[in-house]
Design a binder for this molecule. Sequence first.
Ligand code: ATP
Ligand code: LTN
Length: 339
Amino acid sequence: MTKKRVFSGIQPTGNLHLGNYLGAIKNWVKGQEEKENFFCVVDLHSLTVPQDPDDLRFQTRSLAAWLLAAGIDPDKSTLFIQSHVRAHAEGCWLLNCITPLGWLQRMTQFKDKAAKQESVLTGLLDYPVLMAGDIIFYDADEVPVGEDQKQHVELTRDIAQRFNSLYGQEFFVIPKPVIPEAGARVMGLDNPAAKMSKSLAHLRGHAVRLLDDPKEIGRSFKRAVTDSGQEIVFSDDPEKAGVNNLLGIYKAITDKSEAEVLADFADARGYGDLKKRVAEVVIAEIAPIRERYDRLMADPAELDNLLARGAEQAAAVSNPKVDQMKEIMGLVLPVIGVQ
Ligand code: ATP
Ligand code: LTN
C-alpha cells in the first residue's frame, strides 16, 4: 500500500512558541514513520507582511534548525525552504488565474491581519492561494495544522476542485485538514480567551517560547491567569479557560488521556501546584530540543546542505506537477534546455 502523503508549512517569523510546537511540530514529528512527509519553511508567506531582510534570513535558517532539533528526521521526511523550489511562486500565479477574488476576501485570517496593517499588501490577500499550491503541487492527502488554518485548507479543497472541474480531470488530489485533538489551540497564558500567538510573544507572560530558559518558563506559568476557584477540571466554561488551557498543555505534552491527566492532579494542592507541575513537563520537553538547536545553529554549512537536499527532493515532485498544469492550461512548455 502506498503511504499517505502529508504536507505542512510554518512561517519563519520568529518567536516559535508552545502553541506552534504542540499544535503543529510535535504532530509532524510523531507522524513521520507511517506517512510520506513534506515539511516546508514558508518564507514566501512571510513576505506578505513587511519584513526586515536580515531578520528574515536569520529566522528562516533558525526555524529549519528548530524543526530538526524537535525531531524532524531528514532521512524520513523532506524538509525544505519554500523559495528554493520554483513550483511554489510560479504555480501560485496559475492558481490565481482560476481563483475568484471573493473567496479570498472572505478569509478570516486576511480580515484580521489586514485590520492590523496600515497598508495591506496584495500578497496578504493572496496568501491562501500560495498555501493551496504548497499542498496540491505535492498531491498531499493530509495537512496537519492548528485549528486556525482549517479555513485555508478548506479553501485549498475548493481551489483544487475548481481546477479539476474547469479542466475536466482529476488532476489535483483533494486534501483534508488534520487537526490534533490536544494542543490544537493553546491559549495565551496572560489571556486564556486568545490563542497563544507569535505576534504577541514579546509581551511578558503571554507565551512560552522555545527559546526561553527554564527559569523564564517557570515564571510564565507562575503568572498564568486562572480563576478564583480551585477546581482542577477540563471545562468549556469561559471562567475556567485558564485551568483548561494548563491541563490541555499537560495532556498534549504527556500524551495522556483526560482521565489520566486528572488522576495526576488528584493530589495537587491548588493552582500553584498545577502551574508548577505543568511547567516541569514543559521544561523537560523543551530543554533537550534547545540543546540540539544550539548545536545545529553552530554549523550553518551542514544546515544548508540538509536544506539543499530537501529542496532537491521537493522540486522533483512539485516542478513536474506545475509543468503539467501549465500544459493543461494551454501554455507552451519550453524545449528542453530552456529552464
Ligand atoms: P501569528 O499568531 O502571529 O499569526 P502563529 O503563532 O499562528 O502566528 P504560524 O506560523 O501562523 O504562527 O503557525 C504555525 C503553526 O502553528 C500552524 O500550524 C498553526 O496552526 C499552529 N499554531 C499557531 N498558534 C497556535 C496555538 N496557539 N495553538 C495551537 N497551534 C497553533
Ligand atoms: N498558513 C500556515 C502556514 C502554511 C501552511 C502551508 C500550512 C503555509 N503553507 C501548507 C500547511 C500547509 C500558517 O500560518 N500556519
